[in-house]
Design a protein around this ligand. Sequence first.
Ligand code: C6P
Length: 397
Amino acid sequence: MDFPILDTQVYNHRLVYLDNAATTQKPRAVIETLTNYYLTLNSNIHRGAHYLAAQATERYEGVRRQVQAFINARSSNEIVFTRGTTESINLVASSFGRGFLKAGDEVIVSGMEHHSNIVPWQLACELAGASLRVIPFSDEGVLDLEAYRSLFTARTRIVACTHVSNTLGTINPVKEIVDIAHSHGVPVLIDGAQAVAHMKVDVQQIGCDFYCFSGHKMYAPMGVGVMYGREELLSQLPPYQGGGEMIKDVTFERTTYNELPFRFEAGTPSVGDVLGLGAAIDFMQEQGIEHIAHHEDELLHYATERLLTVPGMRLFGTAPHKAGVISFLIGEAHPYDVGTLLDKLGVAVRTGHHCTQPIMDRYGIPGTVRASFACYTTHDDVDALVAALNRIAPMLT
Ligand code: C6P
């Protein structure tokens, strides 16, 4: 594996990068794809009558088919490129809200959502006069599916739930969540931001109506993401942003809209980043997604065991089905202090509420320290984290 940035030295220490849930580092193949795009291919797509535009368009549409196969969508019309998970969810919440939400309606979200899967729904509810209902979770970080079942009413219009919690690491039973919603005739959006880089995702097997994710959390460049929408439902949604490419005909009296998926891709997209996403998918497939999942699962168990030997260790998120995300506190020490001291020893973690304030409120804590893994994370990295924590623990009490 070739990740040039991992050779960085930080304060005279080897960089131990454990902030992969925030963003993964990029393999050389992705960086080179991006560079080569700007060196040899740069042009605007879909509209130019010239060689470069045709080449760039072909490559861009090729990645759409690649993403389709990667998540097993039925059609490439169901793959919309966005800037990332946040934009994907805003797109669905805004369009679905305008198309389907009315006063008195209800939207179900889980209590462990990232703000990106809460606030867009609050905005949509505010406009429509609808309200949010929240699925609770246990101390271990497991969603209460009985409570979930009881949240459905005749006014429930959509469910939005994360596949993997970025803070607790919980892998939610998304197929079951979808099946329950569908038994009430309610569609489901799954936030896959923390899932796609870590496990095989099959949207037909899950059965969800929307699946959203970011390229930069799966070895691709920043600035590109995906919104998968089941064609039947997607074709009923009103457009999100207006502009070039999303139209068929424009007059001052009336505009008609383009076919799927272009109707939801207004303006010039980030073509080079989309090609980088294609290279990232190639990279993941070369590594083997099952292999990545197995490696990270083994590391999670190793790290959990080792971390529990650190004095004062308090883990948050101990569900039986977890991805490689470990949130913790050391005694009563502030997470920011722990993160700052770890940084001085070369260990990069994230601290704070991780854009999941309701989770922090649930536990009555200001934030956590979070270590998160990727395919290149090693046992040595985990050992370095544990050694650094053992070194700083006496300074924190
Ligand atoms: N979580 C983290 O450190 P964007 O920023 O659009 O790429 O992704 C938003 C997002 C949505 N859902 C989940 C579950 C996420 O984890 C994230 C991003 C980062 O945990 C940055 S806050």
